[in-house]
Design a protein around this ligand. Sequence first.
Ligand code: 13P
Length: 251
Amino acid sequence: MRIPVIAGNWKLFKTIHESVALVQELAPLVANSTGVEIVVAPVFTALSRVADAVKGSEIKLAAQDCYWEEEGAFTGEVAPKLLKDAGCSHVIIGHSERRQYFGETDITVNRKVKAAIAAGLSAIVCVGESLMERESEQTFSVIEAQIQGSLAGLTEADFAHVVIAYEPVWAIGTGKTASDAQAQEVHVFIRSLIGRLFSQSVADALRILYGGSVKPDNVKGLMSQPDIDGALVGGASLKAESFAAIAAFNG
Ligand code: 13P
């Protein structure tokens, strides 16, 4: 009943031309994929051109961040309604790289999530522990604080527009994937926490994606776990062939 989501986070890679070329190559490869939602997240400057290129295809468009205000004197920021205007249906919020390098906190993530939903976007909300936190057995307390802070004040109805991505920081870009069991354990924890904080029906319907070195050869094992509902893919989403192979995990 939870439709899986395979999302590609292109991070700070690719020009407009390269981004359009990548989705043009990807579209026919995923044309027959059924029962899976496919999302790509190019850089801001490529969004509207990629939106034109994916029209009529299975591919949905996400931005990698947004601001929480609609407009105003906020030099350099991009409002959720402008992402919608550019053709986005989704926005990634609170990626660990934003938390680590750009001062993102659960408070700013929470504001952004609310603003994104209010603008009619779906928020892909990222959480995840660092290696040090895992090694000192703080994984669950860190995830709990991130979930509680990032999703504070959301209504049950808001959750129709929320996807969570669990991305252990130590697995991002390192080639070290969490084992299927390690990922499943945290996904179960997140789902039961959502059940306690919101409701069981919200928890049951919520898609929880895994991210961190997802590749064509490990996606099947991860996706066979009952609480893993998709993947947020970095490196392997930059090539049409490998991203399409990941999207075809059930083939
Ligand atoms: P990698 O797949 O390159 O490890 O990146 C994961 C990620 O950060 C997706 O948001």
